[in-house]
Design a protein around this ligand. Structure first.
Ligand code: ADP
Length: 596
């Protein structure tokens, strides 16, 4: 059961950690995503600028050649070689060749051929295609490692013808649509690239152009290779009647997590489109990978923590079970003790009952012994020796002591078990009677007993008498010989339905550590052996007080002596007699009575 709870706790811990790990991965993903977004925007801008800058370099380079070609009287092979020489140092990516192109009507072709054989290649052969206007490359500087091609009629290639005408008509440089260069026609098809030509009109007598061709894929690779690296996928397309993909830079798998970037680049008299998209290299952590990594780490952490959590839980549960077991044992122990105490009380009740029976049954023989001792003393008054008279006195004193012990034992036994005949009692009368008896006893120093106003209470008169008889008797008895006993008896109302009675003396007193025990049976305080007594009087008093629902205690009297205090139920305001009913008390369980 405990282990199962521990497992559930551990499982909850695992789930919690996984959730936290997933949340962290998500948050980290968000941060990385925003960063990658910014990186990609920067990269796209750099790529766009690179392409624009490269095209601009082409434009400027060709414009320089066109301007230079317009100046000399005649442009021959040597002049063209000089004019175009700077291009070789410019590192123009993808550049194939730069040509001087002239236009010629079909009828003029032989004349033109003759003239350019004289200016350039003596073996030049112009090869016009169809009728109408023709466009022939008459001088050429290759910018790649392939040989020059001269005399080919560009009119047979619509893209080449269109760009030449456009440049001628506008007097401005123009770029062609993409097409496969005639120069590349001998290459295997797989190696042929879509290319462009940039045509700049040259101001001369006959329509002349400088034309530079460059291959799209090579151009794109070199123009953006450094900027794009493996983090961007770039497609170069041209706008026309339909979008034609000219070249692509495709280093790696595209990541669809980020949107791509599209831009238009102005090239001479046309527009190109650049389509840039991020690759997985730019966003490695934003994909599933990060979540998986975080989840794996979270799982491992969760499992590592689950073990101590479950161990702690199990240990805690075991400790809790031990506490519960110990508590149960303690309860059982208390219950056993209560049972034993109950049995002891029952045994005590039995013993007290037994003592009462014995005391009762011994009274008659003792009375007989006492009687015969007195008869013996009277009958033999003149016949006995002095020693015999002393023996008789001791015998008589012994019987008296035994008598009072039996009386006390009987009173102690009956105090608990005797039916309580409660009635309204006027304490002033009862106390006055007892005080009278005590003062009448023969004594060298009669006691001073001062009695305050006494209330009316409810109680058993016989038992109440035992209280006062014992307490006032002790107060008189436990006084140093040679000094008269001084006793004060008073009563005060305590609450609406009780009186507290006080009996204070100026006797030998009771040491504080003994006060709690003097109410136990047969207890006599050390030092009081010189006074006669059985140690039962205060035990009887406590029983009687408690049977009347009150409490008793003892304290030292200010100035010396003892002060006993006990409570008794007050009589109702109107004097009524409530004879008969039994009052509840601790010993009311016992039904044994000793009516004399
Ligand atoms: P006893 O028969 O010995 O008087 P009690 O039960 O009446 O028995 O008293 C128990 C003990 O308490 C006495 O032995 C005595 O030592 C002490 N005691 C009782 N009352 C007083 C008192 N008023 N002054 C001093 N000691 C007292």
């Amino acid at each position: 059961m405990v282990e199962r709870k521990g497992s559930i706790l551990a499982l909850s811990g695992v789930v919690l950690f996984l959730t936290v790990a997933a949340a962290l991965a998500l948050a980290a993903g968000q941060v990385l995503y925003s960063r990658a977004e910014a990186d990609f925007a920067r990269k796209s801008e750099v790529i766009e600028r690179s392409v624009t800058a490269e095209i601009e370099r082409y434009r400027v380079a060709l414009a320089d050649v066109a301007a230079a070609a317009s100046v000399p009287e005649k442009v021959d092979a040597a002049a063209f070689a000089d004019l175009t020489e700077p291009l070789t140092r410019r590192r123009l990516p993808g550049a194939a060749a730069v040509n001087l192109v002239v236009a010629a009507a079909t009828a003029d072709v032989p004349t033109v051929q003759r003239r350019w054989r004289a200016l350039g290649d003596p073996a030049l052969r112009l090869r016009p295609v169809g009728a109408g206007q023709h466009f022939f490359s008459v001088l050429s500087r290759p910018l790649d490692d392939r040989p020059p091609r001269l005399g080919v009629d560009a009119a047979k290639v619509p893209e080449a013808r269109d760009v030449l005408l456009r440049a001628q008509n506008t007097g401005q440089m123009a770029i062609s649509r993409a097409y496969r260069l005639l120069r590349d026609s001998e290459l295997p098809v797989a190696e042929q690239q879509l290319s462009f030509v940039l045509a700049a009109p040259v101001a001369r007598n006959e329509p002349t152009w400088v034309v530079m061709a460059f291959r799209g894929t090579d151009f794109l690779r070199e123009a953006i290779g450094l900027a794009a690296g493996d983090e961007a996928d770039v497609t170069l397309s041209e706008f026309g009647t339909s979008v034609v993909t000219v070249a692509e830079w495709r280093p790696e798998r595209v990541d669809d997590a980020l949107p791509g970037y599209e831009t238009t680049i102005d090239v001479p008299q046309r527009a190109w489109q650049l389509d840039i998209r991020p690759t997985v290299s730019l966003l490695p952590p934003t994909g599933v990978g990060l979540q998986v990594t975080a989840t794996i780490i979270g799982t491992v952490l969760a499992l590592v923590l689950a073990v101590p959590i479950s161990v702690l839980w199990i240990a805690r549960e075991r400790a809790a079970r031990q506490v519960i077991r110990a508590t149960d044992e303690l309860r059982a122990d208390i219950h056993r003790r209560e049972q034993i105490e109950h049995e002891l009380r029952m045994r005590e009740v039995e013993l007290v009952g037994f003592a009462g029976v014995v005391a009762h049954d011994l009274r008659a023989p003792l009375a007989m012994v006492t009687g015969y001792v007195e008869v013996l003393r009277d009958e033999t008054a003149g016949l006995l020796t002095e020693d015999h008279r002393v023996f008789l006195d001791r015998l008589q004193a012994g019987t008296h002591r035994m008598h009072s012990m039996l009386e006390d034992l009987l009173a102690y036994a009956t105090a608990d078990s005797m039916p309580l005949r409660a009635t309204e009692v006027d304490l002033s009368g009862l106390v006055a009677e007892i005080v009278g008896e005590l003062c009448a006893a023969p004594s060298a120093l009669p006691p001073h007993i001062q009695v305050g106003e006494m209330p009316r209470v409810v109680g058993d008169p016989t038992l109440l008498r035992q209280i006062f008889y014992n307490l006032v008797g002790n107060a008189v008895k436990y006084t140093e010989p040679g000094a008269p006993a001084t006793v004060e008896i008073s009563a005060v109302q305590q609450g609406p339905s009780a009186y507290r009675v006080e009996i204070a003396d100026r006797g030998i007193g009771i040491p504080p550590d003994q006060r709690a025990h003097v109410f136990d049976p047969f207890i006599r305080v050390a030092g009081s052996e010189r006074f006669p007594g059985t140690g039962l009087g205060l035990a009887i008093v406590r029983r009687v007080v408690e049977r009347h629902g009150g409490r008793i205690d003892v304290d030292g009297n200010i100035g010396g002596g003892s002060r006993f205090r006990f409570t008794l139920p007050a009589a109702p305001a109107a004097p009524t007699r409530t004879e008969g009913p039994e009052m509840a008390g601790p010993s009311a369980l016992s039904s044994r009575g000793h009516g004399d």
